[in-house]
Design a protein around this ligand. Structure first.
Ligand code: 13P
Ligand code: SF4
Length: 298
């Protein structure tokens, strides 16, 4: 019933619904596109729709608005906030830049627009390695995820410093959990998101973004997988691979901020055109430069 009402409104208003893989299953099922941060940003930048309903966290809807400033971008629940994105402060980064004018600021997409506006280039978990490798001789400050930054430094051997931010669900993963799960499921491959600590990543069979993990599991000959990222991804993994089994690496892999949006919220958001995301035009003009650099290199 609610689904039909959403479909009808969507057509009437020429809206598109985008959902991240960590959203509730029923929200993923109503979306026109389900994807990782990079794929959803690309769709937001190129859509013909008049309204983008973004089922994700605030920085994702804000990124869509930066890339498509003339479109109406709606976030069905305003308190859907990525905790990592709140771990970096505008004034602190500005001061860092003033004190380190030769350092390139490489910024994870999981940040607010004002942080992007201070950045040289944006990256996501699926293109970070490729993008950083374009700047082999640069001194880099990677913000705000210390884990992904440390992993990038490890695999590229480049001069990369890291900001002390982290994702509260991935940062808690341990090698011990992997060891235990491997004992319980000896044939399973371990697939982990790069927001986990380096020790955990070095123990995994594969490290990648949500979409990379989905593609890897789909193409692998293995039949069982231990998943080291938010439980929301299990829905897409099972849908796409009904003959394979997926086990969550840790019970704690549940980003509550990503689970706030319900189907009712999606309906109300479309009906009342709320909550509209706005980005200051000066910030937008600077942030889009860093985002477009990422698009060119990914
Ligand atoms: P992806 O870009 O891999 O989907 O990651 C987004 C995110 O928030 C991971 O915690
Ligand atoms: Fe942010 Fe972590 Fe949630 Fe991803 S899983 S949205 S990084 S808090």
């Amino acid at each position: 019933m609610l689904k039909e009402k959403i479909e009808k409104l969507k057509k009437e208003k020429n809206a598109v619904i985008l959902a991240h893989f960590y959203q509730k299953d029923e929200v993923q099922d109503i979306a026109d596109y389900v994807g990782d941060s990079l794929a959803l940003s690309k769709i937001a930048a190129n859509t013909d729709a008049d309204i983008i309903v973004f089922c994700g966290v605030y920085f994702m809807a804000e990124t869509a608005k930066i890339l498509s400033p003339k479109k109406k971008v709606l976030l069905p629940k305003l308190n859907s906030l990525c905790r990592m994105a709140q771990m970096i402060d505008y004034e602190e980064l500005k001061m860092y830049k003033e004190n380190n004018p030769d350092t390139m600021i490489v910024t994870y997409v999981n940040t607010r627009a004002n942080i992007k506006s201070l950045s040289d280039i944006i990256v996501t978990s699926s293109n970070a390695k490729k993008i950083v490798k374009n700047f082999p001789n640069k001194k880099i400050m990677y913000v705000p995820d210390k884990n992904l930054g440390t992993y990038l430094r490890h695999i590229t051997k480049q001069d990369i410093s890291v900001w002390p931010g982290f994702c509260y669900i991935h940062d808690l993963l341990t090698k011990k959990e992997i060891e235990k799960m491997r004992l319980d499921h000896p044939k399973a491959e371990v697939l982990v998101h790069p927001e986990a600590p380096l020790k955990v990543l070095l123990d995994a069979d594969f490290v990648g973004s949500t979409k990379n993990i989905l593609d890897y599991a789909t193409n692998s000959k293995a039949k069982e997988f231990i998943i080291g990222t938010d439980k929301g991804l299990i829905h897409a993994l099972e849908k796409q691979n009904p003959d394979k089994s997926f086990y969550l690496l840790s019970k704690g892999l549940n980003c509550l901020n990503m689970k706030r949006i319900t189907l009712e919220d999606v309906y109300e958001s479309l009906a009342a055109e709320k909550f509209e995301i706005d980005v200051d035009s000066k910030i937008q003009k600077k942030a889009i430069i860093a985002l477009n650099r990422m698009m060119e290199l990914s």
